[in-house]
Design a protein. Structure first.
Length: 190
């Protein structure tokens, strides 16, 4: 027997002219920061709240992050594999400069990718010095263009060759600090 009402309908027929209305989201906790504003829940009809999920923390941190200084020079990221002695001298500089080259080191050669720096630190510095480190730093891109990029092997084995006598000038164009990003030690039991 058909009564005219749909069997799944409960309560009055929703008014199709009713718009969605924002209401405060009950999912926000008092410990969360109030900026940016918390997401809202929307209601459909008088009793059915439909919460909007909160923004992921990465999105809220992107919103709060200030824009970089537009007058700052463009930079190029370089890596440098190094042993413990050179790293100690970099640390002594406040992580802002590379030490002068030794007499038998006419070239300072940072590398153009992290993978190559890892291979040198792990496969050469560890056996030679007992530990190998990978550092990363930024240099003014326009300044870096004056130095030739040399291929020391395969397509990704690329180095920037800086004459030792120009290293002090090179250091003046480092932007920010030199960062220690990886360290390698001999395998246990060797």
């Amino acid at each position: 027997m058909h009564t005219g009402a749909a069997p799944h309908a409960i309560g009055p027929e929703p008014d199709s002219r009713r718009a969605l209305s924002p209401r405060p989201c009950p999912l926000a906790t008092p410990d969360e920061p109030k900026s940016p504003p918390q997401p809202q829940a929307w209601t459909v009809g008088p009793e059915i709240p439909v919460p909007r999920p909160p923004l992921p923390r990465t999105v809220t941190s992107m919103i709060a992050t200030p824009r970089p200084d537009e007058t700052a020079p463009a930079t190029r990221t370089l890596w440098r594999p190094t042993g413990p002695e050179e790293l100690a001298l970099v640390e002594a500089s406040g992580w802002r400069a590379w030490p002068p080259r030794l007499p038998d080191q006419p070239i300072f050669y940072p590398v153009l990718n992290e993978d190559y720096a890892i291979r040198i630190a792990r496969d050469w510095n560890v056996p030679a010095s007992g530990v190998g480190h990978v550092t990363r730093f930024e240099i003014e891109a326009d300044f870096a263009e004056r130095y030739p990029v040399r291929r020391a092997g395969g397509e990704t084995i690329l180095e920037l060759w800086v004459p030792a006598e120009e290293l002090a000038e090179f250091n003046r164009h480092i932007v920010g600090r030199i960062e220690l990003v990886r360290s390698f030690h001999p395998p246990q039991g060797s």
